[in-house]
Design a protein. Structure first.
Length: 180
């Protein structure tokens, strides 16, 4: 049986006509000379919260804690589950990175000004760099951050906050968080 080199067989076929994945499509990935079958449909998860008044308790200064309040799922592919503000990736180990993102409006509980930082966590460890902003009881801060991460089966993704200046609690009033 005659064989062709990958480059010869796929020459000029690097862009999908119309740039759209169609149901039933299959995707092949060439990595280090080996061809792998990959999932053509994107993995995605998106949840949000609006009008939250539940305080997130900050017991120790400069230590991340999970945000309080109830995120509501807006979109979720079959490769994710969602419970208790956590996304769990249940798809196969990914060959490419996913974009993890979070945006939140944060108010300080009590007087004065403090700086709060949000971070994205996978399996209890922060991924990427968090973002911070100053806020008070009268000034609500908007903080967003994002990171890229190659998801593996059973990875748990969640979002945390910390107070860099004191142990004053925070209220995450609104949030949009997800994976794409």
């Amino acid at each position: 049986m005659a064989t062709k080199a990958f480059e010869d067989y796929f020459a000029g076929k690097s862009v999908l006509p119309g740039d759209q994945i169609i149901a039933g499509d299959e995707v092949l990935v060439l990595r280090s000379g080996t061809v792998f079958k990959a999932q053509p449909a994107p993995d995605f998860a998106f949840s949000e919260m609006e009008g939250n008044a539940v305080e997130t308790a900050i017991v120790t200064q400069n230590v991340f804690v999970p945000i309080e309040g109830i995120l509501v799922v807006n979109l979720l592919s079959t490769t994710f589950t969602f419970a208790a503000n956590d996304f769990t990736y249940i798809g196969p180990n990914r060959l490419h990175v996913a974009h993890l993102f979070a945006g939140m409006s944060v108010a300080k509980v009590g007087g004065g000004d403090d700086r709060y930082e949000i971070g994205i966590f996978v399996n209890g460890l922060q991924v990427g760099q968090g973002m911070l902003a100053g806020c008070s009881t009268s000034v609500v801060a908007y903080i967003q951050c994002s990171s890229y991460y190659t998801l593996q089966t059973n990875d748990v993704i969640n979002f945390h906050i910390r107070n860099l200046d004191s142990t004053s609690n925070a209220v995450v009033q609104s949030a949009q968080v997800g994976v794409e």
